[in-house]
Structure formats: structure tokens, C-alpha cells
Design a protein around this ligand. Structure first.
Ligand code: GDP
Length: 790
């Protein structure tokens, strides 16, 4: 607006100037004429004309002056307005900047601040976290664990040190308030439901339910089965290509969404069955298992490990399909693996169908008891509420096509978002293996993204993160059983989803179960090293440890978890864990148990080396180390050691152990009334042993009678006699005092009791627990009161 005014006044001024110019020209011409005429006769008309012209000139000059002044005023006005607008805008910006600064300040204080680049990196790391099923609590203030704080501190340090992560003012300005939303949008643009990757499938259930047979069938790797066509047996997992799936599901095509349209490129089936493996996969890569098959033996229904598996799956939020296996065992079953199992069931005789219905109804109730709704896959009213069950026979192959079709159907519908392909790297180290000619290699499950020869990778190691460069990428040659032949195909680049063997330097101490990252620069190396450390510490801290217990050392996360699982079953508590060789510091940590009980000052070293200095230190400290490559052996070794310690202690302390008893004198059976006292007694409570010190409370006085020297029942000697028995005992005096006499110091109405003390109670508690019954402990409490023992 002000610009427009200025323009107008400028053009006016130009007009005035032209006008003056014109006047000047006319005046000049008139003057010329006058001077020409002056030469002749001066004329009044001419004089008037000159006056008029001069007046007009003055007027025009005045006008021009005024207009120039107006122009000036307008211009100043416009500049002032511009200035005001600018100040206002500046103020707004300043305010915005202030708000942003405060927000960043707050986030930094809370340890929540991440630059755009860090957020992207973090997001990548987050995917890796999730890929191994570790829930790292969100980076919120109060709840952060010490480790997280440490990591965040490192992030924060980097924020201050690194040029790319330090937000400059420019950065801040360019960093829009909505950048978070933008990031999400960008991520979405990478991940699309249109491109699905192969889902990773696991099989679990009770022992003998048929897991291995189902796996064999799915992979078609059974020795008697020559239909291995096209299937590649990979490291720890088998890739079932689309062709095979199409072929195997031809009878169940109507199941697959968008009829006949296969959207997934294949299946990646984890080779090993069992929930322990699945558990390892949790920390080895939960999302590694996208979909589980829960195998239930139709004849046995839900069993202990089925229920355990259900809990595990629910816990890990892993979707699953139930294979109701061994239907061929139903009464009168007629097999047909070429048809959909729904039709096969319909074609069965009525008694077979009745048998099926009966088993099925029972299993539904069993699932309901576990809080789950289940339904036959072709009757499932709502797959979001009901778990689908597919009747199968892994042995005859009935229903296996329907099971695969169900896997595809679920993957392409409910799981579509979860398994949509993204180029963000998601890879987990599954196994570490030394291969002749290649050195130590790692088998990596590559779920998303790609790996290339030359990539700088970061993996977890026994002694901290390992940074190395991919030298070779190997996949098994088609149709070769990798484990037997060691035939590999070299690749320059591989894309998810598959299992690939990586050969590189320095992998000797790498750990299975942790994610693999790729770094493009130094900052990323540091960042991912931190992430690996954080994951490892989080996993180690997630184990429920006890104050008193053994110390466990294992070579891999998976074996550590399996070991802890076994210890739990064996009821052996564990107070500390670590991965890798046993070092001095591990011995030091285990030695803290010496204060509690020598038996807990023990290290069980599974499949790991014991460093020389650790061995020496353990000897000095009195820490026992057991080393073996078999966890069951290690458990047995510890149990044997425990028993040996107990026995040694029992031998050492037996003379001090006093077991509780209350005895009623049988007056008709007094055979000798003084040293030794020989009399019949009925054991009212507790038990007696040879050596038990006996006393009597008479008139509030505690009179020591001596120790039991022998026990007899029906002329037979006994070492021990329990509550309810009537026995003859011999009590010999053990003090120099005058021996006490029946009839003088005590009589038939007095109750004989074992003379317990604080020390004797502690010894019984520590070393003779297994000889005590619950009622014996109650008697100890009663006697404690009688003898005023605190
Ligand atoms: P896992 O312990 O769960 O892996 O069970 P396996 O796959 O080793 O099977 C245990 C036993 O059940 C083996 O003898 C199998 O041959 C048998 N089995 C597995 N599936 C079936 C089936 O569908 N029908 C019958 N009749 N037997 C089966």
C-alpha cells in the first residue's frame, strides 16, 4: 500500500517537473521573441504575457515543492510502517525461537533431546530393539535406568561434540516445529503395505506334539521326502519360495485373500522347534518370528509346554495359528492330502466326525481356561478375536496345505503392516560359527534392508561391540544342505528376508542374539556401539537374579538364557551372569557370595574359557569354578558339589545338631533309674537320635540328664525313632555333676525334652534341614519358648 502511494507521488512529481520544463521552454521562446521585438518596439501585451508566465512558473514551483514534501511524507510513513511490521515480525520470531530454545533446554535436561539426525538413527536402532523383542522403556525422565541415563548422557555428549549433531541456529530455524510429523511421514513413505517381505515362522508346542514333523513337512526336508524342489536350507532357517507355496496351497486357494494373489515372496522358517529357541529368538530377534505355529496334539489337548508356549506368545505379542495335529489318529480317519482339510473332514464317516467334534470341543474349553477364544479356521467369526485352528496331520500331510494357506492369509491381512518391506536395516546375528577356510563367521537373519560387501558393521561381542567390514557375503548354494556340504555362493549384496553368512575379521568373540548395524561414518559407529552395549546390558539386567546364588558365565545370550531356564527348573538360584571368558572381575563378583554361603561362591562356566589370572584368583578367594560344554553336566556338577558340601558340613557339625523331641516316661518300664537311666518312653512329638541331649523341667528348673546312648524297640537297636513310637532309651550322663536319678530328681509326670540352644538351632537350619519335618520346626518354636531362646 505504502509502496503504491510512493509510486503515485513520484509520478506526480515527474509531471510537475515536466510542466516546469515546458514553462521554461515557453518563457525562453517568449524572451527570444521580446528581445527580437525589443530591437523594434516594446509591447505592454508582451509584458503582461511575461508576468503571467512568471506567475505560472512560481505556481508550478510551489506545487512541485508541496508535492515533493507530500511525497517525502508518504515515503517516511511507508518506511515507518515497514519498520513497525519488521519489528513485529522479529518479535514473533524471537518468541518462537525462545519457545524452541526452552523446549530443547527442557528436553536436554530430561535427557530426551535428539537432533533430527539422531532421531533418524534412533529410529533405526529402535527397529533393531524391537527386532530382538527387547522393550526399552521410552526415554522418559523418571523411569530411566542408570544404563539408559549413561547412554543418553553419551548422546548428549555427542550432541555437544559432534558438528552434525549440534543444532546450530540455522539448524534450529530450519528445524520446523512439525518436523516430528514429517519424520513419520518420511518413514511411512519407506514402508509400504504394497511390498511385503517373507514372514518369519516359528513352531512351538508340547514335546511330542509333532513340531519337528510339521517343520519337516513345511520345509519338505524329510529324508524320505524327495520333494525338496526349490527349497533352500539356510543357516538356522529355511527359505520356502513362492513357487512351492503356490503349489502346496492349490487346494486352499479360496483362503488366500485377493483370490490367487500372492503378495509375499515366500516364507522363512526357523529350523529349530521349541519354545526355548523361541525365547532365545526373543532376545535374538523376536520380530524375527512374525508368526508362530502352536502345535497341539489333538489326542492330548493342551499340555504343560503348550500352556507355557501360549503364555510366551501372548507375552511377546506374537500372533499364532494353532495346528491341531495328528488328526490321522482319529477313529477311522480317511486321509486325503490333496484337498482342503475342511472338505476332508466333511467326507469322513459320522463316527470319525463325532470323534473329532468331541476332541475339538474339549480343546476349545481348555483354550477358554487359558482365556483364549479359538475357532476352526473356516468357521472363525472374527480373526481379531478368535485364534484360528487348522486340523493337520504332519505325518500324512492332511491339512498341511490349509495350514500354509492360513499362514499366507494371515501374513497378507493382519500381518501386512508388520511385514511390509522397509529399507531400514533390520538384522540379527543368529549364530557364530568357525568355518574351515573362512575363519569365524556369523549367520545373520536379514529381515529388512540390504547388506553389501564392504559395509562397515557393528555387532555385539563378548568383550564389547565389534566394528568390522564385510569381506564376504555367502548364501547356501541352491538345494544344498549347508551344514553337510559347506557349499556357498558369493554375493555382493543381499536383501531381506533371508539368512546370510558373513565372513569378516575380528568376529571370533561376536555374540549371537544381538542386532547387526551398519555405520556410514564415525558418529554412527559410536552411536551403534552404544546401542549394542545398551541392548546387552538391558538383556543381562532383565534376568531375574537372586541375592544368593551361583554365578553363570556363558558364551552366547541364547545359551545363557537356556542355562538360566534349566537352573530355574532345577531350583538353583543365580545371583549374577556374564557373557564371555571368565575374568578376574567375575571371580570377584562371585566371591561376594562367600559372606552368604560358600556353596554360592561358585561360577558355572558354560562353553567359555577361564583366564589364568581368574583361575589363580578363584583359588585364593575360595571361589569354585566348574567348566563344561554341556549345561546339564554343569548342573549335575553343581548339585554333586552342593551335596558334597552338605555332607562335609553334616559330618563336621553333627555332634552339635540337636533335634527336637518331647518324651513321656512309661513308668512301668523303668529298667535303671540312674546313670545310665534306662527306661521306656513314648515319643509325644519330634524325634530322637543317638546323641540327643535330654533334659527335664522340674519345678521350673532345667535338669540335664545326659545324652541318648542307645534306642531299642522290640530288642532291636535303632538310630532314630519318630513321633508316636514307644521305645526303650539309655541316657548316659555327660557332665561331672552328680548323675540325676529317676524318682528323686524327676518322675513319671515330667516330660523329657531335647536340650536345644541357639547354636544347635542354627546348625540344624544350615545343614540338617532335609532331616526335619514341618511339625519338627513347630516343636523347635515351642521349645525355644520353654528355654527362653531368642
Ligand atoms: P516334537 O517333539 O513336538 O518335535 O514331536 P515330533 O515331531 O518329534 O513327533 C513326535 C512323534 O509324533 C513322532 O513319532 C512323530 O512321528 C509323531 N507324529 C508327529 N506328527 C504326527 C501326526 O500328524 N500323526 C501321527 N500319527 N504321528 C505324528
Amino acid at each position: 500500500m505504502s509502496n503504491k502511494n510512493t509510486k503515485m507521488s513520484l509520478s506526480k512529481a515527474t509531471n510537475v517537473a515536466e510542466e516546469i520544463n515546458n514553462i521554461d521552454t515557453t518563457e525562453k521562446k517568449t524572451n527570444d521573441r521580446i528581445s527580437a521585438k525589443k530591437k523594434n518596439v516594446p509591447n505592454s501585451k508582451i509584458l503582461n504575457l511575461i508576468k503571467e508566465q512568471q506567475q505560472a512558473r512560481r505556481d508550478a514551483e510551489l506545487k512541485a515543492d508541496e508535492e515533493a514534501k507530500e511525497n517525502q511524507r508518504l515515503q517516511e510513513e511507508s518506511e515507518r510502517k515497514q519498520q513497525e511490521e519488521f519489528v513485529l515480525l522479529e518479535k514473533k520470531r524471537e518468541k518462537k525461537r525462545e519457545a524452541k530454545k526452552k523446549r530443547i533446554q527442557r528436553q536436554k535436561q530430561e535427557g530426551l533431546y535428539l537432533t533430527k539426525e539422531q532421531r533418524e538413527k534412533h529410529h533405526r536402532a529402535q527397529i533393531q530393539f524391537e527386532s530382538i523383542g527387547i522393550h526399552v522403556p521410552p526415554r522418559t525422565n523418571a523411569q530411566q535406568s542408570d544404563i539408559q541415563k549413561r547412554i543418553l548422557y553419551n548422546d548428549f555428549q555427542k550432541t555437544n561434540l559432534s558438528s552434525i549433531t549440534t543444532p546450530s541456529t540455522e539448524d534450529e530455524d530450519s528445524w520446523d516445529e512439525n518436523s516430528d510429523e514429517e519424520n513419520i511421514c518420511n518413514e511411512d513413505s519407506v514402508q509400504t503395505k504394497d511390498i511385503l517381505r517373507a514372514p518369519v515362522i516359528c513352531v512351538l508346542g508340547h514335546v511330542d506334539a509333532g513340531k519337528t514333523t510339521i517343520l519337516d513337512n513345511l520345509r519338505r526336508t524329510h529324508v524320505q521326502d524327495n520333494e525338496a524342489g526349490g527349497i533352500t536350507q539356510q543357516m538356522g532357517a529355511t527359505n520356502v519360495p513362492l513357487d512351492t507355496i503356490v503349489e502346496r496351497t492349490k487346494m486352499s486357494r479360496k483362503l488366500i485373500s485377493r483370490q490367487g494373489d500372492f503378495m509375499i515372496p515366500g516364507l522363512l522358517i526357523i529350523d529349530t522347534p521349541g519354545h526355548a529357541i523361541f525365547q532365545n529368538l526373543r532376545s535374538r530377534g523376536s520380530s524375527l518370528c512374525d508368526l508362530a505355529i502352536l502345535v497341539v496334539d489333538i489326542m492330548n489337548g493342551l499340555q504343560a509346554q503348550t500352556i507355557e508356549s501360549i503364555r510366551l506368545l501372548i507375552d511377546r505379542q506374537t500372533p499364532f495359528i494353532i495346528a491341531l495335529n495328528k488328526i490321522d489318529l482319529l477313529y477311522g480317519w480317511k486321509s486325503n492330502k490333496e484337498k482342503d482339510v475342511e472338505s476332508v473332514l466333511e467326507e469322513q464317516d459320522s463316527f470319525t466326525q463325532n470323534h473329532f467334534e468331541k476332541r475339538y470341543d474339549e480343546i476349545i474349553v481348555q483354550f477358554a481356561k487359558q482365556g483364549l477364544n479359538v475357532a476352526l479356521y473356516y468357521k472363525n467369526p472374527n480373526p481379531n478375536e478368535y485364534y484360528s485352528m487348522v486340523p493337520t496331520s504332519a505325518r500324512s500331510g492332511d491339512g498341511m496345505g490349509s495350514l500354509i494357506a492360513m499362514i499366507i492369509e494371515t501374513s497378507q491381512t493382519n500381518l501386512a503392516k508388520h511385514i511390509s518391506y522397509t529399507n531400514e536395516l533390520q538384522a540379527t546375528v543368529m549364530e557364530v560359527k568357525a568355518i574351515h577356510g573362512l575363519g569365524t563367521t556369523i549367520d545373520v537373519a536379514l529381515i529388512n534392508g540390504c547388506l553389501s560387501v564392504g559395509d562397515k558393521i557393528i555387532v555385539g561381542g563378548q568383550e564389547g561391540p565389534i566394528v568390522t567390514q564385510i569381506r564376504r557375503l555367502l548364501i547356501p548354494e541352491s538345494n544344498q544342505e549347508l551344514r553337510d556340504t559347506n557349499q556357498y555362493e558369493n554375493k555382493d549384496k543381499v536383501m531381506g528376508t533371508c539368512v546370510v553368512k558373513i565372513a569378516a575379521r575380528d568376529l571370533e568373540k561376536s555374540l549371537a542374539g544381538l542386532p547387526l548395524f551398519i555405520a556410514r561414518n564415525h558418529d554412527e559407529i559410536d552411536y551403534f556401539k552404544n546401542e549394542i552395549e545398551l541392548i546387552l546390558t538391558t538383556v543381562l539386567n532383565s534376568f531375574k537374579l537372586k541375592d544368593n546364588g551361583v554365578y553363570i558365565q556363558a558364551s552366547t545370550l541364547g545359551s545363557l538364557e537356556a542355562f538360566l531356564e534349566l537352573l530355574k527348573i532345577q531350583k538353583i538360584p543365580c545371583s549374577g551372569v556374564n557373557i564371555g571368558p571368565v575374568h578376574r572381575k567375575d571371580v570377584l563378583r562371585a566371591s561376594t557370595q562367600l559372606e552368604n554361603d560358600i556353596k554360592w561362591a561358585t561360577i558355572l562356566a558354560f562353553d567359555v574359557k577361564i583366564e589364568k589370572d581368574a583361575q589363580d584368583y578363584a583359588k585364593t578367594m575360595g571361589v569354585k569354578i566348574f567348566q563344561n560344554d554341556e549345561i546339564y553336566n554343569l548342573c549335575s556338577m553343581f548339585v554333586a558339589y552342593q551335596n558334597q558340601l552338605i555332607k562335609e558340613n553334616q559330618d563336621k557339625y553333627r555332634h552339635l545338631a540337636v533335634f527336637p523331641c518331647k518324651l513321656k516316661i512309661l513308668p512301668q518300664n523303668i529298667f535303671n533309674s540312674r546313670d545310665p537311666i534306662i527306661c521306656g518312653v513314648r515319643i509325644e512329638d519330634g524325634f530322637i537320635k543317638i546323641g540327643t541331649p535330654i533334659c527335664v523341667l522340674s519345678k521350673d528348673m532345667c535338669i540335664d540328664l545326659g545324652r541318648i546312648a542307645s534306642i531299642e524297640m522290640n530288642h532291636k537297636s535303632l538310630d532314630i525313632a519318630r513321633k508316636g513310637s514307644e521305645v526303650c532309651i539309655k541316657i548316659v550322663s555327660t557332665t561331672n555333676e552328680t548323675a540325676k536319678m529317676y524318682g528323686r530328681h524327676f518322675d513319671k509326670d515330667d516330660i523329657l525334652m531335647s536340650k536345644i540352644s541357639r547354636e544347635s538351632i542354627d546348625i540344624v537350619k544350615a545343614y540338617f534341614r532335609d532331616e526335619m519335618q514341618e511339625s519338627d520346626w513347630r516343636l523347635i518354636i515351642e521349645l525355644k519358648k520353654i528355654f527362653n531362646i531368642v
